[in-house]
Design a protein around this ligand. Structure first.
Ligand SMILES: NC(=O)c1ccc[n+]([C@@H]2O[C@H](COP(=O)([O-])OP(=O)(O)OC[C@H]3O[C@@H](n4cnc5c(N)ncnc54)[C@H](O)[C@@H]3O)[C@@H](O)[C@H]2O)c1
Length: 251
């Protein structure tokens, strides 16, 4: 008999699932038996992820288009999951952007865009999923924060503030929802190889690499493996925590 998978028949929403960490989380969750609702700014962008999941697990995903910073669009994604499957077990708030600049010259719009896409989105999705999860008396929410939400970072006041906000949201929601058997945790990745970090210059990459005790950048799968753990019963007594996955950079 094949052993039961960690997320067998769990219904999972993953935002920003078109590439990078979100794509890896989708692939690993599907490999563990989850049924996926993937969200991105365009359906076309989700095709690669859907093809990967199909190839590896012979499974179809529901693809949804949404700007995660817009309440009505977020509600539609969650409604689609509920209409199709009747429940939502796992929410992964992964979508995120950077618009780096020094504080003194940062355009107000860049502050607003980053805070809306990274932090407000997590509030909107958590709110939309909290209702069905409370009714079900079960659920898991995973917020993809960042180590810079803990340490701060020059040139990233907007991004770091959004990621610190996600940590506070995680801890507050965890306290609020624990009685309903809903767990809320955050992952704080360090320096992970994706398109987000590819755009950094070689000199900056080298400087960051020197600060990583394990001596290399992380792989998206290394974040996805932790997300699977946090979504599974293996972490059933963990809530309100921030799991740092950074090769030892922040201690
Ligand atoms: N790569 C890293 O080193 C690193 C480190 C710490 C935290 N993170 C966080 O991990 C998450 C994923 O990052 P990544 O490196 O895979 O980045 P990425 O740029 O490769 O992917 C980001 C995803 O978010 C989506 N997205 C962006 N704006 C959106 C919007 N308004 N609506 C819907 N979707 C939107 C993009 O389409 C894409 O799918 C982000 O929240 C990022 O801040 C990344």
């Amino acid at each position: 008999m094949t052993p039961m998978k960690l997320l067998q028949d769990k219904i999972a929403i993953v935002t920003g699932a078109s590439r990078g960490i979100g794509q890896a989380i989708a692939v690993e969750m599907a490999a563990q038996g989850a049924k996926l609702i993937l969200s991105a700014t365009s359906i076309a962008n989700l095709k690669d992820t859907a093809d990967l999941v199909k190839a590896q697990n012979n499974q179809s995903c529901i693809l949804t288009q949404a700007n995660v910073a817009i309440g009505d669009e977020v509600t539609e994604v969650v409604k689609k999951a509920l209409d199709t499957h009747g429940k939502v077990d796992i929410l992964v708030n992964n979508a995120g952007i950077t618009k780096d600049n020094l504080l003194a010259i940062m355009p107000e719009k860049d502050w607003d865009d980053v805070l809306s896409t990274n932090l407000k989105s997590a509030f909107l999705f958590s709110k939309a999923c909290a209702k069905p999860m409370v009714k079900q008396r079960s659920g898991v929410i995973i917020n993809i924060s960042s180590v810079v939400g803990i340490t701060g970072n020059a040139g990233q006041a907007n991004y770091a503030a959004s990621k610190a906000g996600m940590i506070a949201l995680t801890k507050s929601a965890a306290r609020e929802l624990a009685r309903r058997n809903i767990r809320v945790n955050a992952i704080a990745p360090g320096f992970i190889q994706t398109q987000m970090t590819n755009k950094l210059g070689d000199a900056l990459k080298q400087k960051v690499l020197e600060q990583i005790p394990l001596g290399r950048m992380g792989e998206p799968k290394e974040i996805a493996d932790v997300a699977v753990f946090l979504a599974s019963e293996h972490s059933r007594y963990i809530t309100g925590q921030v799991i740092v996955v950074d090769g030892g950079m922040v201690t």
